[in-house]
Design a protein around this ligand. Structure first.
Ligand code: ATR
Length: 311
C-alpha cells in the first residue's frame, strides 16, 4: 500500500478505519487509500473485524489513539447510535450511524474534525455519528440511472435495514408511491406505517401494485437475494413484469450483473448495481473527515478493480 503514498507510515500518520463482522470482503480500504494519497494526506485507511460486543471498546480505542474517523458496516449501524457522544442530524433522521468523525475544539472553540485541525488535539475528543448511506442511495440513483425521485412510483423489494433507509430516503425525496414487498410482511407493514406518519405526501402500499400491467418508474432491490449463486430472484414475476419498469437498481453489487439485473437487461430496462451506493457513502464520509471534495472518479475505478478483478 505504501507505494501509493509519497511518504511511508511514520509517527505523524493519521488513521481511519472500517469496523464490521465479517470484514474481509470490504472494498473500503481499496477505495479510500488511493483517495487519501491523491489528496496528499499522510493518512491510512484500515479494516478491522470487530464483534458487536466489542464495538464500544473499539470506538474508545480509536478515540484514545486519535483516529480521524471510522466507518461502520454490518452489524454495527444501529448499535453505534448509543455509543457515540453526539449525533449529526443525518443519523437522527435515518436512525443509523455508518460514519463516526472524531472531533476536538479548534482555537475558536468550535468542534472540528481531527482531520482538519492544524495541530494534534490536546483537549477532549468527541465521537460524532453521521449517516451517509441515505444520501448515497439518492446520489447513486441519480448518477447511475439519471433518476429524479420527486413524483415517481417505486417498487421496493426488501424492508430490512437497507430497505428501511432506502424507503425513508425515497419518501423524503418526494416519491409519489412506494410499493413495499418483503418476505416478512409485518416488516413492510411497519415501514409503511412509519412512512405514513413521517412522510404523508408519499403513498405507501404493502405488496405488489394491484394490476399486473401497472407501470412504475423504478424497481429497487434492497434484499440480500442475488449475493449467492443459489439465491431465488427477489422479484415474483407472476405478480410484476419487468417490462413495466424502465429502470432497475439492485443494491447487490457482487456479482456485477445479478440474476435480477440480467433479467432486467433482457427486458431492456436501464440498470445499475449497488456499487455506486458504496462509492457515495464512502465519498461523503471522506468529505466529512477531510473537509475536501472526494476524488470520486479515482475512488470508483479503485473500487471496481478491487471488487471485479476476479470476475
Ligand atoms: P440489510 O441490513 O442488508 O438490509 P437485513 O436487515 O437482514 O440486512 O435485511 C435483509 C433483507 O433481505 C430483508 O428484507 C429480508 O427479508 P426478511 O425481512 O423477511 O428477513 C430479505 N431476505 C433475506 N433472505 C431472503 C430470502 N431467502 N427470501 C426473501 N427475502 C430474503
Amino acid at each position: 500500500m505504501d507505494d501509493l503514498f509519497q511518504n511511508p507510515i511514520g509517527a505523524a500518520t493519521c488513521f481511519c478505519a472500517v469496523y464490521g463482522q465479517p470484514i474481509r470482503h470490504s472494498g473500503s480500504p481499496a477505495m479510500h487509500n488511493p483517495a487519501l494519497a491523491k489528496l496528499g494526506l499522510d493518512w491510512r485507511y484500515l479494516a478491522f473485524e470487530v464483534s458487536p460486543d466489542a464495538l464500544g471498546q473499539a470506538i474508545e480505542g480509536a478515540r484514545a489513539m486519535h483516529f480521524v474517523g471510522i466507518n461502520l458496516t454490518v452489524p454495527h449501524k444501529l448499535l453505534a447510535i448509543e455509543l457515540v457522544d453526539v449525533l449529526d442530524e443525518s443519523a437522527t433522521t435515518w436512525g443509523a450511524v455508518n460514519t463516526i468523525c472524531f472531533e476536538a475544539k479548534n482555537d475558536s472553540g468550535d468542534w472540528t474534525s481531527l482531520g482538519q485541525l492544524p495541530n494534534p488535539a490536546t483537549g477532549k475528543i468527541r465521537a460524532k455519528g453521521h449517516n451517509t448511506d441515505a444520501d448515497a442511495i439518492a446520489l447513486a440513483l441519480r448518477e447511475d440511472l439519471g433518476l429524479r425521485l420527486g413524483g415517481q412510483r417505486v417498487l421496493l423489494l426488501g424492508a430490512g435495514g437497507a430497505g428501511r433507509v432506502a424507503a425513508l430516503k425515497l419518501a423524503a425525496e418526494g416519491v409519489a408511491e412506494l410499493h413495499l414487498v418483503n418476505r416478512t410482511v409485518a416488516k413492510a407493514e411497519q415501514l409503511a406505517g412509519e412512512i405514513a406518519e413521517r412522510f404523508p405526501q408519499t403513498k405507501a402500499f404493502v405488496g405488489y401494485p394491484e394490476n399486473t400491467d401497472d407501470k412504475i418508474d423504478l424497481l429497487l432491490n434492497a434484499t440480500s437475494l442475488g449475493l449467492k449463486p443459489e439465491d431465488a430472484l427477489p422479484l415474483d414475476e407472476s405478480k410484476f413484469s419487468l417490462s413495466n419498469a424502465p429502470a432497475v437498481f439492485d443494491m447487490v453489487y457482487q456479482p456485477a450483473v445479478t440474476p435480477l439485473l440480467a433479467r432486467a437487461n433482457n427486458a431492456d430496462c436501464r440498470t445499475a448495481n449497488g456499487l455506486g451506493m458504496l462509492l457515495w457513502q464512502g465519498a461523503k464520509a471522506l468529505e466529512i473527515w477531510t473537509g475536501q471534495p472526494a476524488p470520486i472518479d479515482l475512488m470508483r475505478t479503485a473500487l471496481e478493480s478491487h471488487i471485479y478483478c476476479d470476475e
